[in-house]
Structure formats: structure tokens, C-alpha cells
Design a binder for this molecule. Structure first.
Ligand code: PHE
Length: 363
């Protein structure tokens, strides 16, 4: 008590008041700084209430500024800077709160826009598409261009123009889907119909690759389906020979199944090629030694091929005395089975995503 009285007499009254209010003021500014930093608002109304509380005419920070004139002039600079900092911090904070609640209102309160997103699950290509793209890619590099045609075809493009005799067994109801009211309209049973369409509209040189879906009237099982996919190739020019065909097919087999793949051609028969052959590749699972996959022969069949029959060239408006050509055709399912050992053909059309997701590829 004595000390206080003593002080009271030594220091002028005004100075004491000023010093105390000065201390209070700095403390108050610091307190408000902390308060402002911790402000939260869940709605636009709450954010506006905060603005009124701190920054309106009667707000706490504004009233601090009013008290500023009582600050002794030697401290005005320091206190003034602090008040300004506080005012700026409060304005910034409250504006940020206002913006955050307005975004939340648009997006709905349950969405946290700041959360890192889960990885978006990407789809995978269908295995048949992957293999088709790979086949097309290999032949494109050899100068083949893509050709496509309709799946619903007429007898001429599927059979007659391809040199099928009128009584050829492939025309039988067993194989071909007919439109009952229009027996001439059929679902194509091979992509050779695209060859016919290209030949009738283009003069050689022709070098096309024709991928597509084909239909055959077969009971569905693990080994057969009523639809499947083929890729057919056609090359017509002057002086095209069987050697050219062999060379292109060897290159294809090695690109598709690896550089040490060997090929073997066996004589065969197709109405539209003469001579015709079927091509085997050395079994890439056992390297040709023999395994259950190649039925212990060391070879697996992958395609049919041959020199285009002159009758086919003529039927499609190409002079067979000037031009020769080769053609080949393969089943995409077959090539896919060889690459990925899919045991059951039905897997390709069942849309089971557990199966489909296993195929991730650059193609
Ligand atoms: N079109 C034949 C088939 O469906 C395949 C093939 C095409 C054979 C071209 C030889 C030449 O089996």
C-alpha cells in the first residue's frame, strides 16, 4: 500500500492512466489477434455476425481505433502498426470465412472440397479389342490400310463374289444366319465380304486389313460361339507372289508372338484362294517341344491364307491377266487365346468385369 502511495506521488496521474491503458491496449490487440485467428463460421449469417462484432462501426477493432488517440505520441507508431495488422488480419479472415461458407452452400455441406480425391477407376480395353488393335498396328506398319464393311450383308458379297458354288456347304442353314423374309440378306459369316466390297470399288494396288464381327449358326459352348471376330488381309498388285505372302505372315507371327516364332504352311482349301494354305506357328508356350496346349505337336494353327483365285478377281472387276494377289484371314479369339490362354470362348461376351479388368495394355 505504501509503495503504491509513493508511486502515486512521484508519477503524474495522467502518465499512469496512459501507461495502464497503453499496456491494456497492446494486450487487447494480442488477444484479439489470437481470437481472430481462431474464428470459425458455419454459415453466411455466422460470418456476417463476426464482421459486425469486430469490424462494424461499433465493432471491437473499430473501438480500439477510437481509443488510439489516447496513446502517447511516442508509442503511436508501434501501436498504430499493430492495430493495422489486426484490422487487416480480421478483414482477411472474415472474408475467407464468407467465401468458404458460400462455396459450401453451393456444393452442399456433405462435400469436403479440400479432400484429396480417390483415384478415378479407369476402364480397361476388351481383350479382343487389344489384340485386334495390335494386329491392325502390325499390318499398318507394313502399309495396309483399314477397311470395314456391314455385318448385315447380301449373298453376293459373302459368297457368290467369293467363288462359292451355289451348293457350297457353307451356305447351308447350319452355318449362315438368314433373314427369313429375305433369304438373300444374311449376317456375314466371314470378313471376306469386305474384300469383295473393296475390290468392286477400287482398282489395284490394294492393300487392306479388314477387322470385324462375323456370325455362324453354331451352338454356344466353350469352343464355339454364334459370333466371333476376324481380321482379313488382302493385297493385290502386279507380280504379287506366294513368297510375298509367306514373308508378310512370318513377320506378323514374329511381331505378335516373339522373334523366335517359326511358321509352317500346310496345303488347304478355300473357294476364294488357289493355292490355299493354313498357317501354324511354333507353340510359344513350350517353344515347339510339345505340351498339352499344342496337343504335343509343337505347332498351333492360327490362320488361313492363299493366292486370290483369278475367278474372284474377275467377279469383282479386276483384270486377272494383269493382277495377282494374296489374302489371309484369322480369328481374333483364336489369337487372343494363344496370347492369354483364355480357356472358355464365352468369357469374351459375358461382360464379367473381373475377367475384363485383368487386361491392361498399351493397345
Ligand atoms: N475367310 C476365311 C474363313 O473365314 C479365312 C480366309 C481368308 C482364308 C482369306 C483364306 C484367305 O475361314
Amino acid at each position: 500500500m505504501r509503495g503504491a502511495l509513493f508511486l502515486f506521488f512521484l508519477v503524474p496521474l495522467q502518465k499512469i492512466i496512459n501507461d495502464t491503458s497503453q499496456l491494456d491496449m497492446i494486450e487487447r490487440i494480442q488477444q484479439l489477434m489470437a481470437e481472430v485467428a481462431a474464428l470459425k463460421a458455419d454459415s453466411a449469417e455466422e460470418a456476417e455476425a463476426l464482421r459486425i462484432k469486430y469490424l462494424s462501426k461499433k465493432g471491437e477493432i473499430t473501438s480500439l481505433m477510437n481509443d488510439f488517440r489516447n496513446v502517447p505520441s511516442e508509442l503511436k507508431k508501434e501501436v498504430g502498426m499493430k492495430i493495422n495488422e489486426l484490422k487487416n488480419a480480421a478483414t482477411e479472415k472474415i472474408n475467407a470465412l464468407k467465401e468458404a461458407v458460400s462455396i459450401q452452400q453451393v456444393a452442399g455441406p456433405s462435400i469436403d472440397l479440400t479432400r484429396t480425391p480417390y483415384p478415378i477407376p479407369l476402364g480397361s480395353r476388351h481383350p479382343l479389342t487389344i489384340v485386334k488393335n495390335e494386329i491392325v498396328d502390325i499390318f499398318s506398319r507394313l502399309g495396309f490400310t483399314l477397311a470395314e464393311g456391314p455385318e448385315v450383308e447380301d449373298d453376293w458379297h459373302v459368297y457368290s463374289s467369293m467363288n462359292f458354288a451355289d451348293d457350297h456347304p457353307a451356305r447351308d442353314m447350319q452355318d449362315t444366319f438368314f433373314v427369313e423374309s429375305h433369304p438373300d440378306i444374311i449376317l456375314r459369316s466371314h470378313t471376306s465380304s469386305v474384300q469383295a466390297r473393296v475390290m468392286e470399288s477400287t482398282q489395284p494396288p490394294i492393300r487392306v486389313i479388314c477387322p470385324g464381327r462375323v456370325y455362324r449358326n453354331e451352338a454356344i459352348s466353350a469352343r464355339a460361339h454364334c459370333f466371333f471376330h476376324q481380321v482379313e488381309g488382302l493385297y493385290i498388285d502386279k507380280n504379287v507372289s506366294f513368297t510375298d505372302l509367306k514373308q508378310v505372315l512370318l513377320l506378323f507371327a514374329q511381331e505378335m508372338f516373339g522373334n523366335d516364332t517359326k511358321i509352317r504352311l500346310r496345303p488347304s482349301y478355300f473357294p476364294f484362294t488357289e493355292p490355299s494354305a493354313e498357317m501354324d506357328i511354333s507353340c510359344h508356350l513350350c517353344g515347339g517341344k510339345g505340351c498339352s496346349f499344342c496337343k504335343h505337336t509343337g505347332w498351333v494353327e492360327i490362320l488361313g491364307c492363299g493366292m486370290v483365285d483369278p475367278a474372284v478377281l474377275e467377279a469383282n472387276g479386276i483384270d486377272s491377266s494383269v493382277y495377282t494377289g494374296y489374302a489371309f484371314g484369322m480369328g481374333i479369339e483364336r489369337i487372343t487365346n494363344l496370347k492369354y490362354q483364355v480357356k472358355d470362348l464365352r468369357m469374351f461376351s459375358e461382360n464379367d468385369t473381373r475377367f475384363l479388368e485383368e487386361f491392361v495394355s498399351a493397345y
